[in-house]
Design a protein around this ligand. Structure first.
Ligand code: ADE
Length: 246
């Protein structure tokens, strides 16, 4: 079985998952706490990266270079950008892009200089398994009260572009500008594309799954807080448990 790295940016996104790790031991490295153990028959290493692209890239590099993780699953919350992407829905990335990367006119806008890439790939098979896992987790969470109450509508799983940048998007003007620049972007967060760049460099399979905590607009900070404390943790655990079954 492959050694799977599980990364989330914030404490709340991993809080439910860490106690579920069997035979857990922890190691400190690079200012991070790595949890090594098992989830069922899978060897896992879970770690909180911290927020933003640099924090995520450092964490991913440690996981790949020091811990030799064989695949990476990044989980957490994101702001919804796509028209049908609602709070409580789940987005599984099929590519990731840094929306604040701009070395134009020397390189095309959004392209990471000297990589030739703006959109970094994910692993198709692993991401398909994660999407199936997310659908199963939603079916499970739909029966639980908290999530269903807060969300108030049946959640859906979307596949598509996730964009990342070092900015919490919390005005309608900002999210509109992102939609204009990147019309197919489904969700915005602050880490995924950085991890995708590192996984690409090491040629290690990646999947990124995000539950939608807010619509990246003027009410984003309110929805974000409530979702984070009440839904993100349990939903994250359910998604990981289900995804590892496929
Ligand atoms: N993560 C969750 N919501 C977000 C938002 N609105 N902007 C950036 N990252 C987020």
């Amino acid at each position: 079985m492959s050694r799977t790295a599980l990364i989330a940016a914030m404490h709340e996104e991993l809080a439910a998952l860490l106690p579920a790790i069997e035979d857990a031991r922890t190691e400190q490295r690079g200012g991070r706490e790595f949890w090594l153990g098992r989830l069922g028959e899978h060897e896992v290493i879970a770690v909180r990266s911290g927020i933003g692209k640099v924090a995520a890239a450092v964490t991913a590099t440690l996981l790949l270079d020091h811990y030799q993780a064989q695949r990476v699953l990044f989980l957490g919350v994101a702001g919804g950008l796509g028209p049908g992407v609602k709070v409580g829905d789940v987005v599984v990335a099929d590519a990731l892009l840094q929306h604040d990367m701009d070395a134009s006119p020397i390189f095309p806008r959004h392209e990471v200089p000297l990589t030739g890439l703006a959109r970094f790939p994910v692993d198709a098979a692993f991401s398909a398994a994660v999407a199936r896992g997310a659908a199963a987790a939603i079916a499970q969470a739909g029966r639980s009260t908290e999530a269903a109450e807060l969300v108030g509508h049946p959640s859906r799983v979307h596949r598509g572009l996730i964009v990342s940048g070092d900015r919490f998007v919390s005005t309608s003007a900002e999210s509109q500008a992102l939609r204009e620049a990147l019309p197919d972007a489904l969700a915005v967060e602050m880490e995924g594309a950085a991890v995708a760049q590192v996984c690409h460099a090491f040629d290690v399979p990646l999947a990124v799954v995000r539950s939608i905590s807010d619509r990246a607009d003027d009410t984003a900070h309110i929805d974000f807080g409530a979702f984070l404390s009440r839904v993100a943790g349990p939903l994250g655990l359910a998604i990981v448990q289900q995804a590892l079954r496929f």
